[in-house]
Write a protein that binds this ligand. Structure first.
Ligand code: GLA
Length: 738
């Protein structure tokens, strides 16, 4: 038997949240199936394979879609680990994460369980994302010091992937300080609330402090210190206010009196850079709109400022009307051509005008679509009420004043079976698509839907196969303005097609639906979703797609954002143009969750600034993926910066190119219609950076910088001092002239 003992971290003098005594294990023995005798000490493991716990069993070639598998680890736990602990109370088994449920046995005895199995009294329950840490008494006789210990892990998985996957796992003998931790939260009124939590029954005392620091200079802006005593039953909190319009770092430390050891937690709270909009009317949206002759227009002029406000025009083209109270433009244009007119917005504080052009021709989607989609928040639990609630909030919170107008239902709206005549039916969560469409249109908003060219959607709902024209007709009758058409179930058909190696076989289902959509007397933005297969960006335009997903699904982590945004888009800039956009997937800011359980996006504030800046530079679809009704001020400000959005909506329609790749510094730039450039200087590294932009001028073809503006802060900057502090995973988004 091979012992796998990868790393022994010896006791140090200080512990900063990492354990003083810890043994890590990356691999164990594995057997599929379920046999309770495998919990024991003496098991013949000769037929067992070696498996890593760093990634799922599925990705290591094990196929158990619904069922059990066992891992066994052998580990010698040195007595010296116990001797070095000031506590000598417990030994903790950190089993990382397990997809989906588990029981863990130490030397034959059950020491912990997370989730539950199908035959358990309350049935199966997955808890794949929980960190498992199971404790046993250090001197209770179960742990064998300086001898072989067997950790046996019984795992149950329902649906791929499965098994232990977030390793390495570890065995720890905690010190006092390891059992104390500090959580930092943002409290009401920009208060940082730091809470010291103990896992121990016995009280420990020491000094608890919190500091608000300027991350750039390290200067302490304010601090507070107090003496506290904590135990398992009694946590202690300390709080300190900070300025939520400035980037600050909260640093909280507890130093335990007896050992002198300390634990520290650092946290950057959400900070708002976008200046508040003026009370006077201000136009925030692109002054250009594309429509096909005869198609109904549903559009809303995006104007911020105090309400009530009247939005009018004296020279509106014939056939069009504006609702002065909400700025909704309706009607249609019969003849192709370019129609320019002046729109006026007036409130108690002032009046503003903007020239606006409607290009009536063959192209729609002249700037990337802005709006909302139900998937990243509600997943398959979307309902008509939830769509309405987000649409109302889109208006009430002012997002509609910044151009967000599409309200798109993703998967989960279809009935189990079609109607007798073959038309698509909705499920009980959607009482009336037509009423929903009419109401959205009355507000100047647009209505989007989702389907698949296959028999089933990704969520297992009905797709459009063999009913494409009927579905397009239903969409027309409901007033649909956007179709996301998701490959998914079509894969099964595609696999059986003799020419499935060819691009033509990927094009076929999308061309078919395009023909059906174009037979409808309305414009339907055609959004392809097939994750970038067969280089869709090279042929998307040929099926009249207005956008095409370029990658797999995004999720709210830095890893996902980094891979999709910074790695997978680098070569795609030549393919974006007005009417045809690369789509790196929907936004992951605000409260997301892909289900009824919503949570704050796991992206840090700087990662969120990076996300919106990059999506603006990439001329991406800007589809909000959170519950707008629950959107906080930070997220509203993040999505409603008219200077940042103007980059995304720039009518030249050129996607940014990565101009500089210098270690963890990346500079992406795109030309804008007014002759200037939008430039994002990103720090994708794990530490804060200082960047002298001048260093890259030659590489970017900048001979002399004539103007520089910080778009997030909406402030002009010096053209000579271009040295910027860019926090880890953060960005400086500029508009420059040279
Ligand atoms: C796929 C898509 C997602 C979403 C789901 C719905 O995964 O890529 O954006 O539409 O299907 O089931």
């Amino acid at each position: 038997m091979k012992r796998i003992l990868s790393l022994l971290v010896l006791a140090g003098t200080m512990s900063l949240a990492s354990y003083a005594q810890e043994l890590t294990l990356e691999q164990g023995k594995f057997h599929a199936g379920d046999d309770m005798s495998w919990a024991g000490v003496n098991v013949d493991e000769s037929g067992w394979k070696t498996l890593s716990n760093m990634t799922t069993w599925t990705s290591q070639g094990v196929k158990i879609e619904n069922g059990f598998g066992w891992y066994r680890y052998h580990v010698t736990i040195p007595k010296s680990m116990l001797e070095k602990s000031d506590l000598k109370e417990t030994v903790d088994f950190n089993m990382a994460k397990i997809d989906d449920a588990d029981e863990v046995y130490l030397n034959g005895k059950l020491i912990g369980k997370t989730g539950s199995f199908p035959k358990d009294p309350n049935g199966y329950h997955s808890n794949w994302n929980a960190q498992r840490v199971y404790s046993v008494k250090a001197n209770g006789g179960l742990v064998k010091w300086d001898a072989d210990n067997v950790i046996a892990v019984r795992c149950y998985n329902a649906g791929d992937p499965g098994g232990m996957f977030a390793g390495p796992i570890s065995v720890r003998v905690p010190n006092t300080i390891d059992n104390l931790s500090i959580n930092i939260k943002e409290g009401e009124g920009s208060q940082s609330v730091c809470t010291l939590v103990s896992k121990m029954q016995s009280s420990k005392s020491g000094v608890f402090s919190v500091k608000v620091e300027d991350p750039e200079s390290g200067k302490v802006l304010s601090e507070k210190t107090m003496k506290v005593s904590v135990n398992k039953a009694k946590s202690r909190s300390i709080s300190l206010p900070y300025d939520s319009h400035q980037m600050v770092r909260i640093v909280s430390t507890f130093t335990e009196s007896k050992t002198g050891l300390s634990t520290t937690t650092k946290y950057i709270p959400k900070y708002i850079l976008t200046p508040a909009a003026p009370a006077e009317p201000r136009f925030n949206t692109a002054p250009l709109y594309g429509v096909r002759p005869g198609s109904p227009i549903h559009f809303r002029f995006g104007v911020s400022g105090d309400r009530p406000m009247k939005i009018t025009s004296d020279d509106l083209p014939k056939g069009l009307a504006i609702n002065p109270d909400n700025g909704a433009l309706s009607g249609s244009l019969e003849k192709p051509g370019s129609y320019t007119f002046t729109v006026k917005a007036k409130n108690a504080k002032g009046e503003q005008e903007q020239k606006f052009t409607i290009r009536c021709g063959s192209k729609i989607g002249l700037t990337p679509p802005m709006g909302w989609n139900s998937w990243n928040c509600w997943g398959l639990s979307v309902t008509q009420d939830k769509v309405i609630s987000s649409a109302k909030a889109l208006i009430e919170k002012g997002l509609a004043d910044y151009g967000y107008c599409y309200m798109n239902i993703d998967d989960g709206w279809e009935a189990k079976e079609r109607n007798a005549d073959g038309t698509i039916a909705v499920n009980q969560k959607f009482p009336s698509m037509k009423d929903l469409g009419d109401w959205l249109h009355s507000e100047g908003l647009k209505f989007g839907i989702y389907s698949s060219p296959g028999d089933l959607t990704c969520g297992g709902y009905l797709g459009s196969i063999d009913h494409e024209l009927q579905d397009a007709e239903s969409y027309n009758s409901w007033g649909i303005d956007y179709l996301k058409y998701d490959w998914c179930g079509y894969g099964r058909k595609h696999r059986t097609e003799p020419d499935n190696q060819t691009v033509a076989s990927y094009v076929r289902p999308y061309l078919l639906m395009e023909r059906c959509l174009r037979q409808q007397p309305r414009d339907i933005f055609y959004s392809l979703c097939q994750y970038g297969m067969a280089d869709v960006w090279k042929w998307g335009e040929s099926v009249d797609a207005n956008s095409w997903r370029t990658t797999g699904d995004i999720t709210d982590t830095w890893e996902s954002l980094y891979s999709i945004g910074f790695v997978q888009q680098t070569e795609l800039y030549p393919y974006a143009q007005p009417g045809h956009w690369n789509d790196p997937d929907m936004l992951i800011v605000g409260k997301v969750g892909w289900s009824n359980n919503l949570r704050d996006s796991r992206l840090t504030p700087d990662e969120q600034y990076t996300h919106i800046s990059l999506w603006s530079l990439l001329a991406s679809n800007m589809l909000i993926g959170c519950d707008i009704a629950q959107m906080d001020d930070f997220t509203v400000a993040l999505l409603c910066n008219h200077e940042v959005n103007a980059v995304n909506q720039d009518i030249l329609g050129k996607q940014a190119k990565r101009e500089v790749l210098d270690g963890s510094i990346q500079i992406w730039a795109r030309p804008l219609s007014d002759g200037s450039y939008a430039v994002g200087i990103f720090n994708v590294g794990t530490t804060d950076a200082r960047v002298d932009f001048k260093k890259y001028f030659a590489q970017m073809g900048i001979s002399s910088l004539k103007a520089a503006r910080d778009l997030w802060r909406q402030k002009d900057l010096s053209t000579s001092d271009v040295n910027y502090f860019i926090p880890t995973h953060g960005v400086k988004l500029l508009k420059i002239r040279y």
